[in-house]
Design a binder for this molecule. Sequence first.
Ligand code: DON
Length: 567
Amino acid sequence: MSKQILNSFRFNSIKILLILICVFTQSHATDLIRTKNGMVVSASEIASRVGVQILKKGGNAVDAAVATELALAVTFPAAGNLGGGGFMVIRLNDGTTTTIDYREKAPFAAHKDMFLDENGNFVPELSQSSILGVGIPGTVAGVIYALEKYGTMKLADVIQPAINLAEDGFPLERWTAQTLSSAFRSLEKYESSMKVFSKNGEPYKEGEIFRQPDLTKTLKAIRDKGHDGFYKGWVADAIVAQSDKMNGIITHKDLEKYQAVEREPLKGTYKDYQIISMGPSSSGGTALIKMLNILENFDFERSDFSSSKYYHALIQSMKYAYADRAEHLGDEDFYPVPKKWLISKEYAKEIFQKITDSATPSDEISAGIPFNESDETTHYSVYDRFGNAVSTTLTINSLYGSKIVVDGAGFLLNNEMDDFSAKPGVPNQFGLLGSKANSIEPGKRMLSAMTPTIVLKDDKPVLIVGSPGGSTIITSVLQVVMNVIEFNMNLREAVDLPRIHHQWKPDLLEHEPFALNSDTEIKLKEKGHIIGRQRSLGRIEAILIDQQNGYIYGKSDGRAWGKAVGY
Ligand code: DON
């Protein structure tokens, strides 16, 4: 068979594969939307519509981003939030690139051993399911900072759709109904959470009207008083009272001192594409750029997609990136992260030269690292008709965060303290390891894997992308970026095709259904890779811009029920 025929066969099989995936897994193919003016892709259709409404009113991508994010706090409570944090990557049409870090911080009374028992053993319940797991929320500070500096509209205008949704209610969307039902038993432990999420003792169901009167009051306080409406006054009092009632350590000082930080983005290249992503306190951009730098040294052809050659290169790059993550990454305000070196082409070349045809085994640290199924974060991407792009990932960490609603204020608190390395060598809920760089210190931001990213070509945005998925966020974003810029796929294929994941430790290759055909699997095993479990990896929300003819494509991952909305 000639190479051309073989290639066309491979790519027809990709289409068949997409259909098979939809039939045999829970996933479904959400529409690929094409438009010319503007696009918002998020995990909630209602929130995407709010963003587009702001774009239509003449707002820019940052106005729409803030409106979408505040709407997600109402319509997507599993991860959209006022009680958590996130990272926003912005690229304006005048070439300005920047990032807003509004990651949660450890309270001032936090200390290195706060999640260890008297024998020095890590107690995951403390960091994951207690008030001590709550980091000082950053979302309100972050979105207000972004809006005031880079938006064009007033807070009162971009927050109003969220207020209306909370006050008047909205039909509960499918994903939220599903996740609410699965998290209900944990939410039930807290009276304040039941006040919000239960209807006569049962979780709200898909399509039922979900109203949130306490959250409405909080949103109005933010509308009227801005940053201080959350970090001071009655909302702050309610947060501290909730914490005190449960023997927590959050104080008014923690809230008053919280500020979002604007940071230089992390920049890299892959062939003739530029990558703009998030630096510390996220590990996302560093690891993404490092893996792309390694992969750039290989020679891939389109037909290499899903081959053992490609997956071997991916896995080896992932292992090296996650090994460095565990050792070197943490909040830069507290720890000198050697990020220039980590994302240098020279360092990537050194690693590339070490990659042989066999798997390099990861050293063993601890056996049987559990992964928690119930996790949730969310990403949204925005592009406006002026050419401005925003890529934001936000989280309260686990599904519905700590499950603790602030009584009277109607929003969930995060359990982000679990993202710190509570004890060297002991993994967190995502199986991730850490070191001194990410140890708990008062006022420090815990390390994240969130990877909001914008890819440019010839200085113009071509891809806006990000994902939830804990430790698998970085590798999910990596594979979508590679699918678009190396394998030249359309956005639907790039997002929906199966993915793999390796995070160095445990030394296991995780994969989605259909990711490994039997030939690839045999060859990977021959190279020494250990095949781990099969599970869903990431949920991408992406925008692709065809700068040649001005089309904007939006795609929400077929693995969930988000929606691209354009106009
Ligand atoms: O910041 C982080 O890396 C984690 N807190 C993200 C958690 C997450 O993605 C859970 N979602 N699926």
